[in-house]
Design a binder for this molecule. Structure first.
Ligand code: GTR
Length: 331
């Protein structure tokens, strides 16, 4: 991030935080829009779903509830925006579960490698009681979990060469989300894990600070990571979803009727998001093929999965986590 964009961000954040003297301090929701943030650009399915949510809320309340979404990481990396949410400077945030792993132990579960057998399995589990329990686990930490958005399956990609087995990753520096589970997963595969914000990865790859990263097709495409990391392997190691959450501070200021409306409309936005996601995922993969990336389809997934026992042992510790793992396996 350049110095001037850092400065802009600080200015934006300080106005959002409604510092003493700012008019925002006295503005109530209704007089001002709900403020949301997303690391993805405005045309990405998560941001489009939040746009739908904002428009639908506005229609249903004659313009009283509406959303301004600060997209494209304008307000910072996910770990920063989460702090602002908890502080009450942002009302809504769409993030991955990764940066929440150190906050609420339950959020670790959907990020466990090879836990979900397929995307339909992930949807079934997250739409059911296991998903509800994980959303509720955010409450003691100052956040209200509204719903999950699809995030596809994550694949490893790198600048060096094809990866079929974990040994092909050995010694590579792989960017991961700010999550100990991700760090442990990559280390178990014999690579060096470098936690870093999503918005910093493009430069990291160009400058060789990292040799690779991992993500779903739409992110690999829209982040342009593929330009330098053109070797991608269909490892599909994590299918943990993204999550839409609200600040508990904001929640406390909403009437019970508005809370119900926000929660119900957010749940409705999930099917809108999934429709957009499916189209985008197929388009992104096709675009990547056309761009000439090297796709490794003959991945030995069993060899990757076999390395994950220690990750489960280390990160599945509470009885609630064990309960969630078995609920998800049986979903
Ligand atoms: C994307 C996800 C983002 C962010 C990003 C990352 O798939 O939608 O919220 O977590 O991955 O790798 O940081």
């Amino acid at each position: 991030m350049t110095r001037s964009s850092q400065l802009n961000r600080r200015l934006l954040v300080s106005s959002l935080l409604a510092l003493p003297g700012c008019t925002g301090l006295t503005q109530q929701i209704g007089e001002r829009p709900l403020r949301a943030a997303d690391t993805h650009p405005a045309d990405y399915p998560t941001a489009q779903a939040v746009a739908w949510l904002g428009n639908t809320l506005s229609e249903r309340t004659n313009g009283r509830l509406r959303i301004t979404n600060y997209t494209g990481g304008q307000l910072g990396q996910e770990k920063d925006t989460l702090e602002i949410v908890i502080f009450g400077g942002l009302d809504i945030n769409r993030v991955n579960l990764g940066p929440l792993n150190s906050v609420a132990a339950e959020t670790v579960v959907p990020n466990l490698p090879f836990l979900f057998r397929s995307v339909p399995h992930m949807r079934r589990a997250m739409d059911g009681p296991a998903g509800d329990a994980i959303l509720a686990s955010l409450e003691p930490h100052g956040m209200i979990g509204l719903c999950f958005y699809d995030s596809g399956a994550r694949n490893f990609y790198n600048t060096r060469g094809p990866v079929r087995t974990p040994d092909d990753l050995r010694g590579l520096k792989i960017r991961v989300q700010n999550s100990d589970v991700y760090v442990a997963m990559v280390e178990a595969l014999g690579a060096d894990a470098t936690p870093m914000g999503y918005g910093e990865v493009y430069q990291g790859l160009v400058q060789g600070v990292v040799d690779g990263a991992e993500n779903n097709w739409p992110s690999y495409d829209s982040s342009r990571h593929f330009e330098s990391a053109k070797y991608i392997s269909e490892t599909q190691h994590v299918m943990g979803p993204d999550v839409l959450l609200a600040s508990s501070r904001t929640w406390g200021k909403l009437s019970p009727g508005d809370r119900d409306l926000l929660r119900a409309t957010a749940k409705e936005s999930v099917s809108v998001m999934r429709g957009l996601w499916e189209t985008r995922e197929a388009a992104a993969e096709a675009r990547m093929r056309a761009a000439g990336v090297q796709i490794e389809t003959g991945v030995d997934r069993a060899a990757f999965e076999a390395r994950m026992e220690g990750v489960y042992r280390r990160f599945v510790r509470t009885s609630e986590q064990r309960r969630l793992v078995s609920m998800i396996r049986n979903a």
